[in-house]
Design a protein around this ligand. Structure first.
Ligand code: FAD
Length: 494
């Protein structure tokens, strides 16, 4: 007999709700706990998982396997070519290991919820109890309601409710310990499982050698690494977070999104640790930098709540249906220029190139490049949303969809559509010295002063041209007016 935990985007041993419950069950029954992970190439394709993220996940699995082995827990990893077969394959493995209890943490995306529901049903038919638990959000979706009992669609009142809820339910920030050591006989009984190799990435998702070298140096993996990164951020940088978080040239943010996305650390652990450093037991009092950071981590929960309540956002639909009728431009050349970081707008180009080189882009710049695509270029924001998933190492459906909804005005954000970021002013404000631009756009390195933000408009055109930097592919003032009239027309407000 045994108990099985199915790992998904929760690749850690500590503060993993379902793993903890599975371990307790195994301990009570005096049987071993087995970890399971199924690599699903079709899921990678369907979710547009970036190659760098696939690599990050597979490397994290390697470390997780080692961490679990310390506890005598095997991690069985197998590639399942057809995603439809996943539930039946899991149940087959449970039968093989004589497991009547399977545990997993819930994922709120539509396909995943359906798959888990099927697994629960099929499991029940053959006497396997499948326990799918809330874990990834600090407060589970559906818990927080407006005064009249609805789901919040606006962040600020939602956040007030989130804070009030956690103050009255402090157990929600309680951290589960890592699982207990498996019984001594496990290693002999399940020897082959301890020798499982982590598979290579599917061919379509494999990195070349140069990329492996580059990304692996930038993004070390594992739970230990995530905890150290959190601790360093909380001791060194969090105090300045409020002032520096919007400045892409500064090392001002935690860079933990990649770990939250693969689950090598939980958001609960992050907030609980931040609270320990805070001078107040309240989430909305004490050190300013910590309060601000906690409220940012909460955005992750917020967007998952939105997704769980309005699942149609998973189906390529706008949160605000009236935004479906905008006449987009679909100009392929401009879309390609945006992807390559060759729009002639230095901050936009720096952001796109940062993402191409590292798999990551600073949050402020994500907002600027997304607004530029949806408003200045009038390219359907969903194409940008998809491209981000193919590019980012921290690609997370809910946060990405939420971010694109915010920038295109088609999402939950209550701001009206006429907020259009001016990419040059954003650049002057958030990268005033141009350090971020110079780092990622070497063609502009020699340009001094304000001209860095607008080389062709502010007297640096000769240098920019000589170095092969493109002229702006669209004029912002014209683009802004065009966007306003197209949005107005799409919304039927002529
Ligand atoms: P920190 O500033 O240290 O914040 C801590 C954590 O809070 C982050 O790791 C993240 O989990 C959460 N967080 C902060 N801001 C946001 C936010 N606006 N929305 C949701 N969570 C937030 N984040 C992703 O994790 N995956 C994505 O695919 C993603 N796509 C985005 C697309 C667009 C168009 C935009 C505007 C934002 C997107 N974000 C996404 C949110 C945000 O840009 C990143 O979470 C952040 O840049 C990660 O850096 P960090 O870990 O240093 O953040």
């Amino acid at each position: 007999k045994s108990v099985v935990h199915w790992f998904k985007q929760d690749l850690r041993t500590k503060d993993n709700t379902a793993l903890h419950k599975a371990s307790e069950k195994a301990k009570r029954d005096g049987v071993p706990l087995i970890g399971l992970y199924l690599v699903s190439p079709q899921d990678f394709e369907a979710h547009l998982t970036s190659r760098v993220r696939v690599d990050f996940i597979l490397r994290t699995l390697q470390v997780l396997q080692e961490d679990l082995a310390q506890l005598d827990i095997p991690l069985y990893v197998e590639t399942v070519e057809k995603r439809k077969k996943i539930p039946s394959r899991i149940l087959e493995l449970c039968k093989r290991w004589e497991a009547n209890h399977l545990y997993a943490n819930m994922e709120y995306e539509v396909d995943e919820l359906r798959r888990e529901a099927l697994l629960v049903r099929k499991g029940a038919e053959i006497g396997i109890s499948v326990n799918v638990l809330h874990d990834t959000c600090i407060v589970e979706p559906g818990r927080l309601k407006t005064g009249v009992g609805n789901q919040f669609s606006v962040y600020s009142p939602w956040y007030r409710a989130f804070v009030a809820f956690l103050h009255s339910h402090p157990n929600h920030l309680k951290i589960h310990p890592a699982p207990s050591q498996n019984p001594g006989f496990t290693r002999t009984k399940f020897k082959p499982l301890f020798e499982m190799a982590i598979p290579d990435a599917p061919i379509s998702k494999a990195l070349n050698d140069e990329e492996k070298h580059r990304y692996r140096a930038l993004w070390p993996v594992g739970e230990q690494e995530a905890c150290e990164r959190l601790a360093k951020f909380l001791t060194k940088r969090v105090n300045n977070y409020k002032d520096k978080r919007n400045l892409p040239a500064e090392d001002g943010t935690s860079m933990l999104s990649v770990h939250f996305a693969s689950g090598s650390i939980s958001a609960r652990t992050a907030i609980a640790a931040a609270q320990e450093v805070n001078s107040s037991p309240k989430l909305d009092a004490g050190i300013q930098g910590i309060m601000t950071w906690i409220s940012e981590v909460a955005w992750r929960d917020f967007y998952k709540h939105v997704l769980a309540h309005w699942p149609f956002v998973c189906m390529n639909k706008c949160f605000k249906p009236e935004y479906t009728n905008i006449r987009w431009e679909y100009n392929d050349d401009q879309f390609e220029a945006w992807k390559a970081g060759r729009t002639g707008y230095p901050l936009v180009d720096a952001g796109m190139r940062q993402a191409l080189a590292t798999g990551y882009m600073h949050n402020r710049v994500r907002m600027v490049v997304a607004s530029f695509l949806a408003k200045d270029l009038l390219v359907d924001w969903r194409l940008g949303e998809q491209y981000f998933m193919e590019l980012l190492i921290d690609g997370d459906f809910a946060s990405n969809n939420g971010g694109w909804g915010f920038s295109s005005s088609a999402g939950v954000d209550p701001q009206p559509y006429f907020r259009v970021f001016n990419p040059t002013l954003q650049s002057e404000k958030f990268d005033p010295e141009g350090h971020y631009i110079r780092k990622w756009v070497p063609e502009l390195k020699e340009i001094k002063g304000k001209a860095i933000h607008d080389p062709y408009g502010k007297g640096a055109s000769i240098t920019a041209k000589r170095n092969g930097y493109p002229e702006p592919i669209v004029e912002h003032k014209f683009a802004r007016n065009r966007a306003l009239s197209r949005y107005k027309e799409g919304l039927g407000r002529d």
